[in-house]
Design a protein around this ligand. Sequence first.
Ligand SMILES: *[C@@H]1O[C@H](CO)[C@@H](O)[C@H](O)[C@H]1NC(C)=O
Length: 146
Amino acid sequence: MDSRAGLVVLLCLIGFTCAEVKFIDCGSATGKVATVDVKPCPTQPCQLHRGQDYSVNVTFMSNVESKTSTAVVHGIIAGAPIPFAIPNPDGCKSGIQCPMKKQMYNYVATLAVKSEYPAIKLVVKWELRDDTNSDLFCVEFPIQIV
Ligand SMILES: *[C@@H]1O[C@H](CO)[C@@H](O)[C@H](O)[C@H]1NC(C)=O
């Protein structure tokens, strides 16, 4: 565990609202992820209430220039990735100024948890693709719908 992760754990232990989620990098190719924040998410895995909107904020470094960025989201249920519609898949309208340069960005999107979703645990796989369809980032984090 690096010192930054240690600090986050410490802050969580002493009762801060802990929004920084543990994630797995599932193959970021043309970028590198620093942090993934889900708000509000006081416990881990994040418990997302049906009928509420959540914000997902991925802080990452782009190692390429790209005119576009497109988000692709899946929910992995029992090992099978199910496409997940998000309100705006255009990364350039989600906190990223395009054309993208080689620099840090905050990708900020809304995750709407619809009331008809089943109350299950699943893994969210969130990718952001560049002009060449390579993943600027690919992160996976567990959630629980309640
Ligand atoms: C996203 O996260 C970064 C790093 O934690 C933070 O600096 C930035 O203000 C956040 N943006 C939003 C809109 O929450």
